[in-house]
Write a protein that binds this ligand. Structure first.
Ligand SMILES: [Zn+2]
Ligand SMILES: [Zn+2]
Length: 379
């Protein structure tokens, strides 16, 4: 939150240093970290940028005065050298009432400071807080990945795992997210002067957005990373085994923490949200925790009675007695062979479907004719 920069610390001078001391110190550091004498050292380049930025404010008497004023107001909660009386808090905690009378009440803007009275303070803010640029180079959380996953009926009924191939945005492993080719040097982005953000005025404030030229990094590599074309991220496929709970139904969502897109620059990975879509089964349907298995029997079995063998969802075989004179669609209950969910267990309902025999042998045809004759039925 409090990402205001301590320009005095950056230059290694005290807050009471004279203009001359600041200038001398800046020259010494600038010489030490100048890119010309540190070719290929991104840390030196970064340091040089910070030094230049700090001097850009502290080396200008007016800007330094404004900066000191904001320090005094405690706008930078992160500073260890906060003067006594300054209010602790984050970058956004400073309000007109905290020390400046006459400030306009906050109107939804990011800062409640009375910017108008301080001239170019808006620009100064954007320089110091550099929000977009800082964020872009700091830890970034990975994206939340959402997927609908088809689950075989039996897996959903008994519980199990389904492999899911996911396409996620991952930090490029070749350049570790920097976007530069291995061994490439980097220089501050011309477009944003190395800040990583572009400012544009809006209602008296400078609003920042990430610089499109350098993608918010503030640095342009001398050669782009060939693996990611300079984006710093690549689409990658990963196979994840998803646990399907017993009794899962279509529409059930499961959030898997940290299984989504990988974070950048050490950020937390995103989550994966899985929506299950249970596929229909040839043999079973489901009614709550009960399973319904449709079993075909022929007309003789239905008429005379029979025993049929039925496979349970676990693959066991159970025998079901079909009494004589069973009509099509009648159900027979096999207790405890349904779906188990949250300690409850349903039953297996065996539903018989009477099939009409085709391709009868001559003997079978004769038997059917005898049956019809005996019943006085025309055929
Ligand atoms: Zn790369
Ligand atoms: Zn840029």
């Amino acid at each position: 939150m409090a990402n205001g920069k301590d320009f005095y610390a950056t230059l290694g001078v005290s807050a009471t240093a004279s203009a001359d001391e600041i200038k001398k110190q800046y020259r010494r550091l600038a010489k030490q970290y100048h890119p010309d004498s540190n070719a290929g050292d991104p840390k030196a380049a970064e340091r040089f940028k910070e030094i230049s930025e700090a001097y850009g404010t502290l080396g200008d008497p007016d800007k330094r005065k404004q900066y000191d004023e904001m320090r005094r107001l405690g706008a930078f909660g992160g500073f260890g050298t906060r003067p006594s009386g300054a209010r602790p808090g984050g970058a956004y905690s400073a309000r007109p009432g905290a020390g400046r009378p006459g400030g306009a009440p906050g109107g939804g803007a990011a800062f409640d400071f009375d910017v108008g009275g301080l001239g170019g303070l808006g620009d100064l803010f954007s320089t110091m807080f550099g929000a977009g640029g800082r964020r872009a180079r700091g830890p970034e959380a990975g994206q939340t990945v959402e997927r609908t996953v088809e689950v075989p009926f039996r897996t959903a009924a008994t519980g199990g795992k389904v492999p899911v191939e996911l396409e996620v945005q991952e930090e490029c492993s070749v350049c570790r997210g920097s976007g530069g080719a291995p061994g490439a040097t980097s220089k501050p982005c011309d477009e944003c002067s190395g800040r990583g953000v572009i400012s544009f005025g809006q209602g008296g404030f400078a609003v920042n957005r990430p610089c499109p030229a350098c993608m918010g990094r503030g640095q342009i590599p001398s050669e782009r990373c060939p693996a990611c074309s300079g984006a710093g991220a690549v689409r990658a496929k990963r196979t994840v085994n998803i646990t399907v709970p017993s009794g899962a139904e279509s529409g059930l969502k499961v959030r898997m923490k940290g299984q989504g897109g990988r974070g950048a620059n050490g950020g937390q990975p995103g989550d994966l949200i899985i929506t299950f879509q249970v596929q229909p089964d040839r043999f079973y349907t489901r009614d709550g925790l009960d399973l319904i298995a449709t079993v075909p029997i022929n007309i003789a079995q239905a008429t005379l009675g029979s025993r049929v063998s039925v496979r349970t969802i676990d693959g066991k075989k159970v025998a079901v007695r079909i009494p004589a004179g069973t009509p099509s669609g009648r159900r027979f209950r096999v207790p405890g062979q349904g779906i188990e969910k949250e300690g409850k267990k349903g039953d297996l309902l065996v539903e018989v479907g009477i099939t009409v025999p085709e391709n009868l042998t001559e003997a079978q045809q004769q038997a059917m004719r005898d049956f019809a004759d005996a019943s006085g039925l025309p055929y």
